[in-house]
Structures are given as structure tokens and as C-alpha cells.
Design a protein around this ligand. Structure first.
Ligand code: TYD
Length: 140
């Protein structure tokens, strides 16, 4: 399992229009089970505010821009996504917040699992507690 990281995708530059892509386990480190996208977010809007227990995700700004704030327990990082040729890989047990959406932005998310509400931790205190338990268990 990798840590949260920006992944640059191939770019085929072409006067007819550019093309980028990703495939299971080639550009991104997991098998894709599901894709969903977030659109029509009012300018400056927020989504997210949860952590995934098991799923890995990869998020791309297909158009426009937004920020993703990741809190991995002790540390918080902010990533700005604004081009469709790179995205953010997020492994499980990271608190994530999507914010500062530009008008008409579109976020594409691919996930390693089929939708399962039990995979979500929607309470930050519960997240911190579960993360501490994992740390103790693996002596991280
Ligand atoms: P939610 O995870 O709260 O959205 P966000 O990531 O923006 O915070 O999901 C909103 C609703 O959509 C929730 O009722 C569950 C449903 N949903 C699905 O049915 N399938 C999916 O793949 C996703 C991501 C959400």
C-alpha cells in the first residue's frame, strides 16, 4: 500500500485534442471497481468530510479546480487539483475534505470497492480513535 500521492498520467499531445488515460495497476496502484463523479457543485462548495476504512481512491479534476485536504491523523496536507492529466491517490484511513470547487468543476473518483456505507467513517473523532488503534496494533 502506498501513501497519498499525486500521480501524473500519460499525456498524448495532439493538435486534434489531447488524451490522457489510466488503467488498473498500471498508472494507479489498485483494481478499479467503481467510478463516480461530482458535478454542479456551487462555486466555493465543499464535499467529503470522511475517511474510508478499506477503499483506495484516485481523484481527478476533469474540469475546473478544487482542493483536497488530507488529514492522516497527526498531519494535514492540501493538494490542489486543476488539470485532467494528474490525480490524487488516497489510501484507506485518511480523513478527506474536498473544498474550494470552481464553478462548473467536475471531480472524477475511481474506487477499489463497490459502494458500501460501512466503509465510511463520517465522524472525525471515530476516525482518530480507529487510526490510533491501527497504529498501536502495527506499532506505527
Ligand atoms: P457522499 O459520500 O455523502 O458524498 P460526498 O462524497 O460528496 O460527501 O454520498 C452522497 C450519497 O450518494 C449517499 O447517500 C450515498 C450515495 N452514493 C452512492 O449511492 N454510490 C456511490 O458510489 C457514492 C459515492 C455515493
Amino acid at each position: 500500500m502506498y501513501s497519498t500521492k499525486i500521480i501524473e498520467l500519460p499525456r498524448l499531445l495532439d493538435p486534434r485534442g489531447n488524451l490522457s488515460f489510466f488503467e488498473d495497476e498500471n498508472q494507479i496502484p489498485f483494481k478499479i471497481k467503481r467510478a463516480y463523479w461530482i458535478y454542479d457543485v456551487p462555486g466555493g462548495g465543499k464535499r467529503g468530510l470522511y475517511a474510508f476504512r478499506k477503499s483506495e481512491v484516485f481523484i481527478i479534476a476533469m474540469s475546473g479546480s478544487f482542493d483536497i485536504v488530507i488529514n492522516n491523523g497527526p498531519v494535514e496536507f492540501k493538494y490542489s487539483l486543476n488539470r485532467s492529466y494528474y490525480g490524487l491517490y488516497i489510501p484507506p484511513m485518511n480523513w478527506l475534505k474536498m473544498e474550494n470547487f470552481s464553478t462548473n468543476s467536475q471531480a472524477l473518483v475511481v474506487s477499489s470497492i463497490i459502494y458500501d456505507e460501512n466503509d465510511y467513517i463520517r465522524d472525525f473523532e471515530v476516525f482518530k480513535k480507529e487510526k490510533d488503534e491501527i497504529r498501536k496494533q502495527y506499532r506505527l
